[in-house]
Write a protein that binds this ligand. Sequence first.
Ligand code: FAD
Length: 323
Amino acid sequence: MAEKVLVLAEVRDGELRNVSFETIAAGRKIAGDNEVVALLCGDQVSDFSERLIHHGADRVLLAEHSDLKNYTTDAYKQVILQVLDEESPDALLIPHTSPGKDVAPRIAAKLNSGMVSDAVDLEVAGDEVIFTRPIYSGKAFEKQSVTSGLLFATLRPNNIQPLEEDPSRSGETSQVSVELKDLRTVVKEVVKKTSGGVDLAEANVIIAGGRGVKSEEGFKPLYELADVLGGAVGASRGACDAEYCDYSLQIGQTGKVVTPDLYIAVGISGAIQHLAGMSNSKVIVAINKDAEAPIFDVADYSLTGDLFDIVPLLTEEFKKEMA
Ligand code: FAD
């Protein structure tokens, strides 16, 4: 068991991301009854510290600074390295999100440390922590353990069950004295390409459209279904290339990797590069008019037919269920 585990919590758009709780839960597995310390970087984020404690952190370190409001490599790297120096944890866990994927290898390089990237599970066997991570675009899984030095891993969102919130838990919160030096980049403004809604990486339900959706207009029924199910809309690269939707929605090998509870693939053929981003979803429903489409090979439920008939029907039925 590690004596002290440092986990990076994440705030985006003024909201504490669920992956923060998942990372704390992983930290708790490694620490057992020892200490789990959550580091939260941002600007005026102290309101979130109690929730981190309620989800299993023993201590919260707040690194607050106007230049930490939005993620930048330089600023976050400096703070994490400073905290590692001050706290000397045995283990460091970082969410495998866009900021986490960017900063973690830089920390590893700076510390000359190994790192397990994109773990989806972990188990503790005696003194050993064994991480499971997908390889070959999710077609196989490998087990990795860290044999010396800092136990350092990034964790894919939506895979590790957060601990149940316990409002009776108490813990200490303190401020990190942040002194940022020589920042090469400062975020002045964030211009969103997609309008609000549920974050794809953390969505429990994803309705993804492909080239079969045929137009930007054709995506409307998918948004309606997503609204009813409280989900997010994603896309294949085929749909993005055809300009039916923005590339920020792309799922796959060169897009986002997602693991929702429910993935509904609509008018997507199921190319290997698309499967790389979604084949580990818990339940996959495929809608395609071609009964031979490869997407059906990975689907738990296959609906053969015209998506423009099936999607509105599903929306109506779910509406009735949810009423
Ligand atoms: P198509 O293959 O054209 O499939 C459209 C499907 O819609 C068909 O199966 C058709 O039967 C069905 N359809 C049509 N009309 C209807 C209807 N009315 N009702 C029901 N079904 C209908 N792709 C990704 O998705 N993500 C990636 O990250 C990615 N990365 C790539 C990286 C590289 C290096 C390369 C070479 C390719 C990559 N691709 C990626 C592209 C990938 O190979 C496929 O070209 C792409 O996934 C196809 O998109 P699609 O399934 O939407 O389109």
